[in-house]
Every structure is written in structure tokens, then in C-alpha cells.
Design a protein around this ligand. Structure first.
Ligand SMILES: NC(=O)c1ccc[n+]([C@@H]2O[C@H](COP(=O)([O-])OP(=O)(O)OC[C@H]3O[C@@H](n4cnc5c(N)ncnc54)[C@H](OP(=O)(O)O)[C@@H]3O)[C@@H](O)[C@H]2O)c1
Length: 445
């Protein structure tokens, strides 16, 4: 039912050479036979082939690079719908595409709203406007983030904030998106908006995604096409559990790898983090989701016709406590003195925090992201279909950072270089690992 849905379909994807995009295309092309897959990539065919070949082992890369159904266009999203494509190409896409996956985005958390207007909001709005004209459009998928609603942490007193798969309005409106065009005008004019100033988002990026979601919904509602919109909200991406192989990640795709690299080089014993939890080691959590769970959830929800917001997360069952994460971290740090969190009640923007906590800010919080819509969709799938899908995080084994050693080491070297510390500090403190993928034969069937 799921994979058959894609047979004969024409797909257009932005961000197809990124972390999520690569796994999504890998799953789609290794399991079904779409009529054609058009990939938008800055640098075109050559760059896309180079990226896929560098990040994947040969057999998995060939699913993407040797596939006659895949066409890569050299273009980029921006503040016009043309994407640097020719008029003929734009017309062809308009007439043929059934499904759009919009996965390209800046993921610079702390870029200003002015910058994010041109790297997140405007491209998303332009692409939605264009896609709403496709006569054959079945689904427009926008990749947002579960932390688009992270301002709820400050709006609640609880130490575990529930987040549902819906839009949380920032003002007194029912549907949450009617105010989006006004807020967007304000952002374009002033580089901020009243609703942004009225809520404490951890980063401008979180608000940029919140507003982009609402702009997509508003544009679709104008065309009576709300049922065509699917908003996928991943939490913190982590390496794959299964597909294309256990441990697959891109060098910079998994944010907690960057945390590990920065903590590895921490010279003292105390790492200052902020929280309002009484027992932060046990109460604060990290929702890290394997990238293949995100890809499979997306593909299943599209195939089964879901619209609206869907969380692609590990959820209450699969998220980690800070203590569990820290335990895994300690196993990777070579020097045996015990660098460990020291908790303060400072604000998440406080300058007193460790630089990685100042960057990521959600360390020390806890969100209970609902996964209800995926639980419901699961009931519609047959047993054999469920077997070949990876919809929930597997926490049957203890959490480990072992398979990303090579990326932690690589990023630690970069941290050292940036801070003008001796490069041998990275060698001294991080365990060295090899990127040796173990491709499951069935995954490339
Ligand atoms: N990483 C996370 O932990 C995380 C968590 C939650 C949500 N998300 C969201 O999930 C989506 C995918 O994230 P990801 O981690 O897969 O990102 P990624 O690995 O950084 O990939 C982003 C992709 O977007 C492309 N891109 C960026 N700007 C572009 C532009 N102007 N025009 C065309 N292509 C452009 C990049 O291509 P080139 O640079 O090769 O051109 C790259 O292929 C994003 O919307 C992100 O916000 C990510």
C-alpha cells in the first residue's frame, strides 16, 4: 500500500542532497518505482552525484546516482519561484509533479530573522505559491521542526511540556495562520514582528519555521487546498537506525554530535547548563530521532493521505534523559577526569552558560512531543508492510555515540582549529573511529 502509492508518481524535491533528503530518496528509490524524481541542487547533477557518493558507500549511492528515473536540476530556492530554472522546466514541473518535498533550508539557528526571511520563509512561501498551481498535486510536504513550538517552554511552568501535532497560534486567532501575512510583512519591513517579540523562542530559526508553517497553510487555504499540505516536524536528527545502514549520518547533520565534540574539548570539570527542573539529569530530556524514522514517517503519511502537522520524533518512549546522553558521552571521552553538567537556573539565553548550551538552548528542557498521528496511521498498515518500515525509534539497546566517533573527532578538530587550540587536543580527548557502514542487504533490495 505505501510503496505502491509511489509507483508512477512524479516527485520534486529540494534539499535532496541533505541529511533527510538523501535518506528519503534512498528509501523511495529502493522500495518503489516513481515515474520520475526531480532533484533541485545548487551545482546540479555533478554536485549531487559528488555529495551522494561521498556520504554513502558505493552500493547505496548507486541507488541514487545510477538511477535513470532521477534528474537533477541546477538551481536554488530563494525569494522568487523560478529557482534559476528555465521557463520550460518550470512549466514541465507544473504539469507533471504529484508530490513536492521541500527539505532545503538554512539550519543556522541563530541567524537573524532578516537572514532567515531569505533562507527559510521566502523560499517556502514562493515554492508553496508555485506548487498550489500544479494541477496534479497530491501533497506538498514542508519540513519544519518540532522546536517551532519551543516557545511553549517559557509559556508553561511544567518541567515536561506537552506539544501536540497542531499549530499553536501566537495571538488570539482560532486557526493560527490568518495572521501569518501580517507577521511576514512586519518581518520583511522591520526584521522582527510583534508576535516574535511577545514570545521567547530559543532561536530566530524556531520562529522562522513557525511562521513558514503558517504561511504555507495560509497560502493553501486561499486556494482551498489545505488538504494537500503535510508539515513534517523532526526533532533533533540523529544517525539512522537501519536505512541506508545502521549509523548513517552526514558530517554535520546530527546536532548532538556537535555537542559531543564541543564537550570533548572542555578543559574544566564543570559544564554550565540552564534548567528549571529539580532533578535535571533525570527530568530534562533530548528528543533525538533517527533520520530513517523521519524519512519513513514522511513517506507513509504522504502515501496514506495525511494532511496537517506530523511530528517525526522519538517521543515520550524514545527520547533520552540528559543522564543517558551523558553516560554515552563519558564512554567516548578519553581523558578520565569527569567533566559533567553543573546546573543553574539562568535563562536559556544567559551568557554564563557553556557555549554549546548558549547555541542549542533546549539543553535542560523537556518536551513531550505527541506521536499520535503516526500511532493512528500504523493501525492502517498490514503486518508485512510494517516489517519493512521504520516508524519508531529503536531504544532496545543502550544509547551510544560509538558509531559517530569519526564525526565527533572531525568536529572536535574543527573546534580546536577555530579556538586556536593545539590540534592534538582533539586526538588526545576523542576516541578515533572509522566510518565503516554495514549495509543491510535487505535495505538495498
Ligand atoms: N538537522 C536537524 O537536526 C533538523 C532538525 C529538525 C528539522 N530539520 C529540518 O529538516 C530539513 C532538512 O534538514 P537536513 O538536516 O537534511 O539539512 P541539510 O543536511 O543541511 O540539507 C539541507 C539541504 O538544503 C540544500 N539547500 C540549502 N539552501 C538551499 C537553497 N537556497 N537552494 C537549494 N537548496 C538549498 C542543501 O544543498 P546544497 O548546500 O548542497 O546546495 C542541502 O541539500 C530542513 O528544513 C531542516 O530545517 C533539521
Amino acid at each position: 500500500m505505501v510503496w505502491e502509492y509511489y509507483n508512477g508518481k512524479t516527485v520534486f524535491i529540494t534539499g535532496g542532497t541533505g541529511f533527510i533528503g538523501t535518506v528519503l530518496l534512498y528509501r523511495l528509490l529502493s522500495q518503489s518505482s516513481p515515474e520520475r524524481v526531480y532533484v533541485l541542487c545548487r551545482g546540479g547533477q555533478k554536485k549531487a552525484q559528488e555529495k551522494w557518493s561521498n556520504m554513502l558507500p558505493e552500493v547505496a549511492a548507486s541507488v541514487l546516482t545510477q538511477n535513470p528515473r532521477v534528474t537533477v536540476f541546477d538551481g536554488e530556492v530563494g525569494d522568487t519561484a523560478t529557482m534559476n530554472l528555465s521557463e520550460d522546466t518550470l512549466q514541465m514541473l507544473k504539469q507533471t509533479v504529484h508530490i513536492v518535498f521541500h527539505a532545503s533550508s538554512s539550519i543556522q539557528l541563530n541567524n537573524s530573522l532578516r537572514e532567515l526571511a531569505y533562507s527559510v520563509m521566502a523560499p517556502t512561501l514562493c515554492l508553496t505559491r508555485y506548487a498550489m498551481k500544479f494541477p496534479k498535486l497530491e501533497r506538498f510536504v514542508f519540513f519544519s521542526t518540532a522546536y517551532a513550538n519551543a516557545h511553549l517552554w517559557k509559556d508553561h511552568e511544567s518541567t515536561d511540556v506537552p506539544v501536540d501535532e497542531r499549530v499553536y497560534p501566537l495571538s488570539n486567532e482560532e486557526d493560527g495562520y490568518q495572521s501569518a501575512p501580517d507577521a511576514w510583512s512586519e518581518v520583511q519591513k522591520n526584521g522582527s514582528s510583534d508576535e516574535y517579540d511577545a514570545h521567547d523562542f530559543p532561536w530566530p530559526y524556531a520562529y522562522a519555521k513557525h511562521l513558514a508553517e503558517r504561511l504555507v497553510l495560509h497560502k493553501a487555504s486561499e486556494q482551498n487546498k489545505l488538504d494537500k499540505i503535510l508539515i513534517i516536524r523532526p526533532s533533533v536528527l540523529g544517525p539512522a537506525d537501519k536505512f541506508p545502514y545502521h549509523g548513517f549520518a552526514t558530517a554535520y547533520g546530527a546536532p548532538s554530535t556537535a555537542c559531543a565534540a564541543a564537550y570533548m574539548l572542555h578543559p574544566g570539570r564543570k559544564i554550565t547548563l540552564a534548567t528549571r527542573c529539580k532533578n535535571p539529569d533525570q527530568e530534562s530530556t533530548i528528543d533525538e530521532v533517527p533520520v530513517d524514522v523521519v524519512a519513513d514517517r514522511t513517506l507513509v503519511h504522504v502515501a496514506l493521505g495525511t494532511s496537517g502537522c506530523v511530528h517525526a520524533v522519538s517521543g515520550e518512549q524514545g527520547r533520552l534523559t540528559t543522564e543517558e546522553w551523558w553516560h554515552a558521552f563519558k564512554k567516548e571521552r578519553l581523558i578520565p577526569w569527569n567533566a559533567r553538567p553543573t546546573w543553574t537556573s539562568d535563562n536559556w539565553h544567559s551568557p554564563n552558560l557553556h557555549q554549546i548550551a548558549r547555541k542549542f538552548k533546549i539543553i535542560g528542557t523537556s518536551f513531550a512531543f505527541s506521536e499520535q498521528r503516526t500511532v493512528e496511521v500504523l493501525e492502517k498498515l498490514g503486518a508485512s508492510e510494517k516489517k519493512n518500515l521504520h516508524l519508531f525509534t529503536d531504544r532496545s539497546k543502550p544509547y551510544s555515540l560509538y558509531l559517530r566517533r569519526h564525526h565527533i573527532h572531525h568536529q572536535a578538530v574543527e573546534v580546536a582549529r577555530k579556538n586556536k587550540w593545539p590540534l592534538f587536543s582533539a586526538r588526545l580527548l576523542c576516541r578515533k573511529g572509522k566510518n565503516v557502514p554495514q549495509i543491510e542487504k535487505t535495505a538495498v533490495a
